[in-house]
Design a protein. Sequence first.
Length: 587
Amino acid sequence: MSYSTTQSTLKLSLIGLTALLASCGSTTPPAPEVAQTAPLIALALPADAHPIKGSTASSATSDSNASRYSWDDQLSTWWSASSLGSWVRYDLGSEKTIDSISLAFYRGANRKATFDVELSKDGSNWTKVLSKVTSSGSTTNLERYNVSDQSARYIRVTNYGNTENSAIAITEAVVHGVGSTSSSGDTTTSTGRTYYVDCSNGSDSNSGTSTGSAWRSVGKVNNSWLNAGERLLLKRGCSWNGPLNLRWSGTSSARIIVDAYGSGDLPLIRNGNPGAVTISGSHKTIQNLRATADKPNSVDSGRCYGPIGWRIGFSFVSGSNNNTLQNAEAYGLTAGVHLEDGANNNKILRSRFTNNNVMSKNNDDGGDNDSGAWGVLVNGNDNEVAHNYFEGNTACSEDYGVEGASLELYYAKRNYFHHNTSINDTTFTELGGSSSNRSEYNRFEYNIYAPLNTNGRGEALVIRGWGSSWGANPGTVFNHNTVFNTNVGVFCGEGCGTDILTLRDNIIVTRSGATKDTVWTDGPINQSGNVFYQLDGQYKVTINGVKDSSRLGTSVWANPRLSDSWNRNFTLQSSAPMPTAGALPLR
């Protein structure tokens, strides 16, 4: 979808409508630190996670960086220590079978961390299972490190510095293994068999019930039946042509788990209709998979030359509900994830959606209907999209110059989008539909959107009022988000009102020389506690059609004092004019 060339008119691309509809400590374990109170908005544990019951560390840089902040379900808080050899130790409360540990690092997309991992049953005798391994340096999300299955109660991570300095800073740790229970009330103990798929050494004539008797193809998977509580594990480093059809249903107390095993790159599923991975049924957790597709033919449609077609990574078809996709990747597609109309109450968590740059429609027929290049396309209701990373989801458009978005909503209701990070997508989100089937009552909170290098383009939130033929977007909530270097901050036109938009506790910063406004509404809105600013200082806030700073109320026009936005550090400096605004806490 795309913002129009005039301040009062919007243009929304038609969303392929036909397709849319059809870190060594003493030998005596120190007492664990008391865990902090659960945050208001928690990052859900993966389905195979062993809940951490306590932690301690050799040191911490400050009280606000104590070890408990590395397992509080918040990627915006962290444990940190400055010296080599510093360690943090996690306590599972009792012995568990452990097969891997996932760690996320502060500034994980800018530097590589080096560390050891040790396991212990008693906190005195330790076995080193990972020696001086290094993080990728490409993501702030969780990265998974496999170990040989073994029983342990304690996990210790020891610091060997990073590529910038000698410090370590872990924003989140998750311990994985057999017989685990997720948060959010879903028990995921594996009560049945585990099936394995190995593209190199497997055989479809095997039983599939061990690594030595693995199946070989996804065709075998598609023709087999999994029951509630069973697991399907695909070998890392393998690639298959799709689709992989995950059509079975678990229960709320015995979910079906689809995951990876072994070492190497995440399993890759390429191609498939309606998606490379197609999800139907209910109560499944799908994690640690990659999806992509062969590019369709490129078309010279006028000023644009690029691929046009319908390519989906993870397709949640109509009727898919109460399923979770997490720690996944999708790239090179029309949409990384598609939640169809009728795909409700699903979760998309801790995943990466990058360089999805295929258009579904792109022509110079004078219409207003180009579409494609999306991270997540949402046509369903009551879904949750959280703690994901978006980048490069954009393409050339005949109608708009560029098209694409991190989050595309069309006919979408009561969905919740929080704690996502989007860098260099030309749109974060725009809502559309029709007068009879609106996108409404959707919430966006604690997200970071920063088009740092998009040739002056970037729009954070574009919605409409009751006069729009694309349908009004009542009940839209946009709170505690950080927006930086956009050309458009928030736009609400064609009959905006207090029943349309609530805008509170955000940081919204437009670029120097922005051609649009930091905020523009043609009607009154619910707004308070925001920090608005343009990098060249030019005042550009229009509310209820009037550009008047006296109407800001408890919001302010001021430099928000972000720490180092151009290097993707969006925490606030101590001199911040509004310490409670934005997506990240004051540090």
